[in-house]
Design a protein around this ligand. Structure first.
Ligand SMILES: NC(=O)c1ccc[n+]([C@@H]2O[C@H](COP(=O)([O-])OP(=O)(O)OC[C@H]3O[C@@H](n4cnc5c(N)ncnc54)[C@H](O)[C@@H]3O)[C@@H](O)[C@H]2O)c1
Length: 266
C-alpha cells in the first residue's frame, strides 16, 4: 500500500519543476493524478507517469481562470467519484524587479496566476472535498512570502497572500475535514530559477548559490515533493493552516555575517 493508494490528486503547474516531481511522487504512492499546466509539456509528465506504472491525465489549461478550474474539478468528480488532494503549485516569478520597475499590468498578471489561481484551487477543491470525505490542499508559497529578499514585490506579495489564505481557508473550512497548508521552498533548481543556476555555472560560481544557507546548497524539486507528500498524506493528519518552510535553514537568520560572531567552526 502506498501513502496515497486509492486517492485522487490534482496538481497545477505540473509540466516541470516542483509540480512534476510532486505528481510523480504522488503517483508512485498510489494516487491517480490529474495534471494542469499552460505548457503543452504537461502531456509529457502524464505520459512519463503512465510509463512508470501510475495513472495520470493531463489538461493543458490556465489554472488562474475560475471556469477552467471549476470545470476540471467537476470532471474529476464525474470521472473518479472523489478528490482527495490538490497541490496548487502553478506560479511565475516575474523576475527580480524593483518597486519602480514593477508596472501595474505585470503586478496584476502575477497576482492572478500566483494568488488568484491558488484561491480558485482552494475554493473549488475544498467544495468537492467537503462534499466527500475531506482531503488535503497544499499551496506552494515561498520564503519570499515570509520576508523580503527572495523575489520582486509582486512575487513576494503574492506568496505572503498565499500563506495568509491558507490560514483563512483552514479556519473557514472548520468541521469539513479539509486541511489546507502551504509549503515555503527556498532556492530550488527548476525552470523558474534555471537562469540563476546557468549564470552561476557559466561564471564558475555555482558553489556561491548556497553560501548563505546553513546546508550550503540549493534544494531539489524532489526535496519539496517529499514535503508535499507529507502534507498530502495521513502522515500530516493533524497539520492544518501551517506554512512548512523547506529551505535548508536559509530563512532562519537575519542577513549578518557569521564570521562577525566568531561562528567559523566550519
Ligand atoms: N524554484 C524555486 O526556487 C521556488 C522557490 C519558492 C517557491 N517556488 C514556487 O514553486 C512553484 C513551482 O515552481 P517551479 O520552481 O517548479 O517552477 P516551474 O517554472 O518549473 O513550474 C511552474 C509551472 O507553472 C506553470 N504555470 C504558470 N502559469 C500557469 C497558469 N496560469 N496555469 C497553469 N500553469 C501555469 C508553468 O508553465 C510551469 O510549468 C511556483 O509557485 C513557485 O513560485 C519555487
Amino acid at each position: 500500500m502506498g501513502k496515497l493508494t486509492g486517492r485522487v490528486a490534482v496538481v497545477t503547474g505540473a509540466a516541470g519543476g516542483i509540480g512534476k516531481a510532486s505528481a510523480r511522487l504522488f503517483a508512485s504512492e498510489g494516487a491517480a493524478v490529474v495534471l494542469l499546466d499552460l505548457a503543452e509539456s504537461v502531456e509529457e509528465t502524464a505520459a512519463l507517469i503512465c510509463r512508470e506504472g501510475g495513472e495520470a491525465r493531463a489538461c493543458c489549461v490556465d489554472s488562474s481562470r475560475e471556469q477552467i478550474v471549476a470545470g476540471v474539478i467537476s470532471d474529476v468528480i464525474k470521472d473518479y467519484g472523489r478528490l482527495d488532494v490538490v497541490l496548487a503549485n502553478a506560479g511565475i516569478s516575474g523576475g527580480l524587479k524593483s518597486l519602480f520597475e514593477q508596472d501595474e499590468d505585470d503586478w496584476a498578471q502575477l497576482l492572478r496566476i500566483n494568488l488568484t489561481g491558488t484561491f480558485l484551487a482552494i475554493k473549488h477543491g475544498a467544495k468537492a472535498m467537503a462534499e466527500g470525505m475531506g482531503g488535503s490542499i497544499i499551496c506552494t508559497a515561498s520564503i519570499a512570502g515570509l520576508r523580503s529578499g527572495a523575489g520582486g514585490p509582486a512575487y513576494s506579495a503574492s506568496k505572503a497572500g498565499v500563506i495568509n489564505l491558507v490560514q483563512v481557508a483552514a479556519q473557514q473550512l472548520s468541521g469539513s475535514n479539509v486541511r489546507v497548508n502551504a509549503i515555503c521552498p527556498g532556492l530550488v533548481e527548476t525552470g523558474m530559477t534555471s537562469m540563476i543556476f546557468d549564470a552561476a555555472r557559466d561564471a564558475g560560481k555555482e558553489g556561491r548559490l548556497g553560501r548563505l544557507n546553513p546546508l550550503r546548497r540549493a534544494g531539489s524539486a524532489d526535496e519539496i515533493a517529499r514535503a508535499a507528500l507529507f502534507l498530502a498524506s495521513d502522515d500530516s493528519s493533524y497539520v492544518n493552516g501551517h506554512a512548512l518552510v523547506v529551505d535548508g535553514g536559509l530563512s532562519t537568520s537575519h542577513p549578518v555575517s557569521r564570521q562577525e560572531f566568531g561562528a567559523t567552526a566550519c
